[in-house]
Design a protein around this ligand. Structure first.
Ligand SMILES: *Cc1c(COP(=O)(O)O)cnc(C)c1O
Length: 495
């Protein structure tokens, strides 16, 4: 592949690009129940895209020369602080997404510990198994050891007493979710805040997906556990605007109880020959577009508008939960407290699942719905995730009827479970000692072998087979298989 000798004219160019998109999921219309967030209002999208494009060229690298960006950021952080009941000392930064927000909180905790506790050479952080991988990624990048604790397998929340047993004098940070992505529940933040104060440890509350919508649900009469800066002991929080504030992607915020903790996020370098660097986040040069779009959407929709979208979202969640109760083969996991729902198979008289949820996911795809498979882990069985948004409500009756049909179809033509011999083989493999040929064979066995052009095939025959294999792999092997898969998937076309 080379840059074409002569440029391609604009209209042919976009025609070609459109064909690349043929198999992409719909981002609007409500049939995609993960990855994309549709408020069900085209006007919000229009305003967001306008600000995104108009500020695309401005650079947050230096807010002193683009003061509009400094002003947008302080305003957006101020609105987030108010939303999460933070006092006047709460400060923070706009970031590119939830992962960056969570990782920044880990970095700040580590650098703060380095300053306050210089003798501590192997810091740890304590995470419930339901905490988002962004914290593991932060721990990996910033060299903090992770201690995970189990959660209750009916409520899917961490027990503060169990958390307490994992906190020791190496702990610098605890994490709680409000809500957890997998089950949509709020950890007991008030008790965890008390524990954090008692043990003098920082506590991050991950409100990436729940932080924006939960205050609205509370105002709509739902019983929402206190999870924000109103809880003593909470020292930092993350909240994504690009999820349920319906801003364009690349929009999140990390907040700190006060500037003495936030200071550790900032990075400056004067010791080189070029311009002086002072960065608030990972990126140095960064487009002003997502920030301007966030400011625009928050101001355009307004509190009343968000409350209205949240009311439709809550109604949709209640209808979905009630609808699933009419399908005996499916069960809702735990008690959803936000707008996320996890569905798993009911257990039959013989103690096994009555339907393979990965088959249901594939059958739903043939009915033009994308619902998200989640693998089993730490007592949480394989399940189907639904992220419910403002565009969801009118589609709920059709969704439920299609779930009923998909379950019947999945039971009629089940994907055979992985061969017990393969399961045993997988359980015994050490990912660190396998060679490339073995990984090729394993990927082939999972139905994602090499394609004719040397890259990898995307699974087009459905994903039940590959999910079934990943589901029975020990996590380190599944992780390594995924890395090997991507290492073969991203291969440029030949010259
Ligand atoms: C989505 C999510 C994240 C990560 O956010 P990205 O924007 O995808 O990087 C972190 N925590 C929770 C609970 C989330 O739902």
């Amino acid at each position: 592949m080379q840059i074409p000798t002569e440029g391609v004219d604009e209209s042919s160019l976009f025609e070609v690009m459109a064909t690349y998109r043929d198999h992409d999921l719909d981002t609007k219309g409500g049939r995609t129940w993960a990855y994309v967030y549709d408020p069900g209002r085209a006007d919000v999208d229009r305003v967001a895209k306008r600000a995104l494009v108009e500020w695309y060229d401005e650079n947050s690298l230096d807010p002193t020369v683009f003061p509009s960006l400094l002003r947008f950021e302080n305003d957006v952080v101020g609105m987030a602080r108010h939303h999460l009941r933070g006092g006047p000392d709460v400060v923070g930064h706009f970031t590119s997404g939830g992962t960056e927000s969570c990782m920044m909180a880990v970095k700040s905790a580590r650098d703060r510990a380095r300053e306050l506790r210089p003798d501590l050479d192997r810091p740890t952080m304590v995470l419930p198994v339901t905490a988002h991988p962004a914290f593991h990624k932060g721990a990996h990048y910033f060299d903090v050891e992770v201690v995970t604790v189990p959660v209750d397998t009916t409520t899917w929340k961490v027990d503060p007493a169990v958390m307490a047993t994992a906190v020791d004098d190496r702990t610098i940070l605890m994490v709680a979710s409000a809500v957890s992505y997998a089950h949509g529940v709020v950890d007991p933040v008030p008790e965890l805040g008390a524990l954090a104060l008692e043990r003098d440890v920082l506590l991050h509350v991950d409100g990436c997906i729940g932080g924006f919508v939960l205050p609205h649900f509370r105002r709509l009469g739902e019983d929402v556990t206190d999870f924000d800066f109103s809880v003593p002991g909470v020292t930092s929080m993350s909240m994504d605007f690009h999820k349920y504030a319906y801003c364009p992607k690349g929009a999140s915020v990390v907040l700190y109880r006060d500037a003495s903790i936030r200071r550790h996020q900032l990075y400056a370098k004067a010791a080189w020959t070029g311009y002086t660097v002072i960065n608030t986040t990972f990126q140095s040069t960064k487009s002003g577009g997502p920030l301007a779009a966030t400011w625009a959407v928050l101001n355009y929709v307004g509190d009343a508008g968000f409350l209205d979208i949240a009311a439709r979202t809550l109604a949709a969640r209640k209808e979905i939960v009630a609808g699933i109760e009419t399908i005996p083969e499916l069960e809702v996991m735990g008690t959803p407290e936000s707008n996320l729902v996890a569905l798993t198979s009911a257990v039959g008289p013989d103690g096994t699942d009555v339907v393979n949820v990965f088959d249901v996911v594939d059958r739903m795809r043939t009915h033009r719905w994308f619902v998200q498979p989640q693998l089993g882990f730490a007592g949480s069985k394989a399940n189907i995730h639904l992220s419910i948004g403002g565009a969801s409500l009118p589609l709920v009756p059709e969704l439920i009827e299609d779930f009923r049909t998909a379950v019947a179809e999945a039971r009629a033509t089940p994907t055979p479970p992985p061969d017990p011999a393969i399961v045993e083989l997988l359980a015994g493999l050490d990912p660190d000692t396998l060679d490339a040929a073995t990984f090729d064979a394993l990927l082939e066995g999972a139905g994602i072998g090499a394609s004719a052009d040397g890259g990898m095939d995307l699974p087009d025959e459905g994903t039940a087979g590959i999910n079934a294999i990943l589901d029975v792999c020990p996590a380190p092997l599944a992780e390594r298989l995924l890395v090997e898969y991507f290492n073969r998937l991203y291969v440029p076309p030949a010259d």
